[in-house]
Structure formats: structure tokens, C-alpha cells
Design a protein around this ligand. Structure first.
Ligand code: ZN
Length: 341
């Protein structure tokens, strides 16, 4: 199986993030995550590591606003130029409620406009890392079409919380959406998000589309991040009505309940008859994940892989979250092994 991976991710190492209540903690979405996955895949023998192609910004601009990408590209330099008291990372403390059409001019104003929380910390290597991560997903999509076998995009930073013009939840560019958008020029596409958290960014980007079916299985936003999206009654708008599906699940969801819900999602994908499938593969559904509350086992993750693979669709697997670093390599290996390698 081709694995698209870029070392650019190492440049994105924010020194801390801020949890609810203001607690400053070491950044959970750290380079160790991707390094451990890469090590596990190298040990498996079947992974063929490939550098992503760099076709520039055009395929990324198909899902993100130019002004937002310009902000990401220049934010770090502007931050240092502003002589901040603590220059280690750019985190705004004021956020837009998006009720105003007026866009702020100041750096902190724009940061608050384009960032939805305190986890999307920007530093020197953030933009190059996010760009390379999006290119990994795009390259995997191209490989899947050209070679008609599944490919894995080892994306870091992850992408599914990033919307058309905003960052959040460790995500800056929506890698899965970039892949799905490119694939949609070839035919209908389904995006299945199995990350523990609702894929609000992917939901927003394709919310009015009937040619891209989006489905997300996740912890109920009534108690879990991202809090403002991922509810069952959000089903798309306009032409897209009926083409988005959220499956919110309770705390403590285990293998049996998860697989039952997955079957419902897979039935919807089969009925849609897509030309290709993009899987937002977050491993934070795993029982020991520090950010999750589900109790899905490694065996359960393998069975999730088996059932998705049974769709027999051209499949792009895109790395999203997963913070139990010790188990992360093993879990993604178990998941990918369900597909033809
Ligand atoms: Zn997650």
C-alpha cells in the first residue's frame, strides 16, 4: 500500500495548548504521533512510502478561501513583527461569533476570525506542515484513481475540523476534503469520518453538495468537542439536504454499539453508489485515548476496517486524530491491514 508522508510535519511543534478551564498542557497533537505510525508501517513490510506531489495551492483553494490561506501563510511572520510578550506560539484570545460581515484587519482580530479554539496554535512550521499534509491526501487520492487500490495519507496536522475559512481542533487545512474535492471531478464521492470527534469542517465544506455524501460517527456534541456541530438533525442544506449524516454516540461506546452504527453508515454509502470513498481515520475512538471516552478495542478497530473494506470501493484513508501514542502505530496498522495492501 502506498503511504504518503512528508517530514514537513516536524516543523509544527507548538510548545503547549490550553485546555478547558485554562490549563496549559503539552501539545497532544505532536510529531511523535506521526513518527510512531511511520515506524509501525515500516515494520509491517508492505508500506511503500512516497513523498507527496506538490501541485501548489490550486487543489487546496478548491475547498479553502484564499484570504484564509493567506492568513495561515503570513500569520507567523506578522506575529513576530508584532513583538508579542510570549512569542512561542500564536493563539488568539478573542473569537468571532461570525455575526458581522466586517472582517478584522489586525493580526489578532484575523486570528480570532479564522481560528475556532485554543488548539490550533500557529508557529513557524505550521503553514508548510499543513500544506504538505493536504498534498499527502491529494497524492493518495491520485494514486487510488491511477492504481485502483487503496492508499494511506499519513497526514499531520490532521484536517477534519478545518472549514473553508477556519482552523480548529489541531486542524488547519482539511486534508480529507481536498482529496474528496479532487475525486469529485471523477464522480460521486463518499466521505466517512470515524474520528472520535465530529468532522465539523468536512460537514461545513460539503453541506450544500449532493455529489459528495458526508457521514460522521462520533461522540455526541451535547457533551463533547466540537460542541457546536455534529448533531443528528444536521442533514445538509439546499441541494445537499439528505447528503450529510451525523451519528452521535454516548460516552463509553464500545465495539458492539460502534459496529452497529457503522453498519447504518455503510448501508447509506452503498445506496449512494459512490465512485470513491475517503475515510477520515481518527484513532481516538480507542479505549485508552486521553481525549476520548469510547471503549473501542484494537480488535474493534480491525473489524471497523474489515467492514469498510467490504464496500470494495477505491479508498483513500486519511489520518486524523488519535492521541494514545503508544498504541497509535499498532491501531492504524490493524486498521489498514483490513484493506488490500
Ligand atoms: Zn478527534
Amino acid at each position: 500500500m502506498k503511504v504518503f508522508f512528508s517530514q514537513a510535519h516536524r516543523g509544527h511543534t507548538p510548545p503547549f495548548e490550553v485546555f478547558d478551564g485554562g490549563l496549559r498542557v503539552p501539545y497532544l497533537e505532536n510529531p511523535d504521533r506521526a513518527n510512531r505510525i511511520a515506524d509501525a508501517l515500516r515494520g509491517a513490510g508492505w508500506a511503500e512510502f512516497c513523498e507527496p506531489l506538490d501541485p501548489g495551492l490550486e487543489p487546496i483553494l478548491a475547498v479553502h478561501d484564499r484570504e484564509y490561506l493567506d492568513f495561515l501563510a503570513s500569520a507567523w511572520t506578522e506575529w513576530l513583527d508584532s513583538a508579542p510578550q510570549d512569542p512561542s506560539t500564536l493563539i488568539p484570545a478573542t473569537f468571532a461569533l461570525r455575526r458581522s460581515a466586517r472582517r478584522p484587519k489586525s493580526l489578532l482580530g484575523r486570528a480570532g476570525y479564522h481560528i475556532m479554539d485554543l488548539s490550533a496554535c500557529i508557529m513557524e512550521g505550521t503553514y508548510p506542515a499543513a500544506r504538505a499534509s493536504a498534498h499527502c491526501a491529494l497524492s493518495a487520492a491520485r494514486a487510488v484513481v491511477e492504481e485502483e487500490r487503496p492508499a494511506f495519507a499519513l497526514c499531520r496536522p490532521p484536517g477534519h475540523h478545518a472549514g473553508r475559512d477556519y482552523a480548529g481542533g489541531y486542524c488547519f487545512m482539511n486534508n480529507a476534503a481536498v482529496a474528496a474535492q479532487w475525486l469529485s471531478s471523477k464522480g460521486r464521492v463518499a466521505v466517512l469520518d470515524i474520528d472520535y470527534h465530529a468532522g465539523n469542517g468536512t460537514q461545513d465544506i460539503f453541506y450544500e453538495r449532493d455529489d459528495v455524501l458526508t457521514l460522521s460517527i462520533h461522540a455526541d456534541p451535547d457533551f463533547e468537542y466540537p460542541h457546536f456541530a455534529g448533531f443528528a438533525d444536521e442533514r445538509g442544506r439546499g441541494r445537499g439536504l439528505g447528503f450529510h449524516h451525523n451519528f452521535p454516540l454516548p460516552r463509553g461506546t464500545g465495539d458492539a454499539e460502534y459496529l452497529q452504527t457503522l453498519n447504518q453508515a455503510l448501508d447509506l454509502i452503498r445506496a449512494f453508489k459512490p465512485r470513491a470513498l475517503v475515510v477520515s481515520a481518527g484513532m481516538d475512538i480507542y479505549a485508552d485515548d486521553p481525549l476520548g471516552t469510547f471503549t473501542v478495542s484494537a480488535q474493534g478497530i480491525g473489524e471497523i476496517g474489515n467492514r469498510i473494506a467490504s464496500l470494495e470501493l477505491p479508498t483513500v484513508i486519511v489520518m486524523e486524530g488519535g492521541y494514545a501514542n503508544e498504541a497509535l502505530g499498532r491501531n492504524i496498522l490493524v486498521f489498514l491491514s483490513a484493506f488490500p495492501t
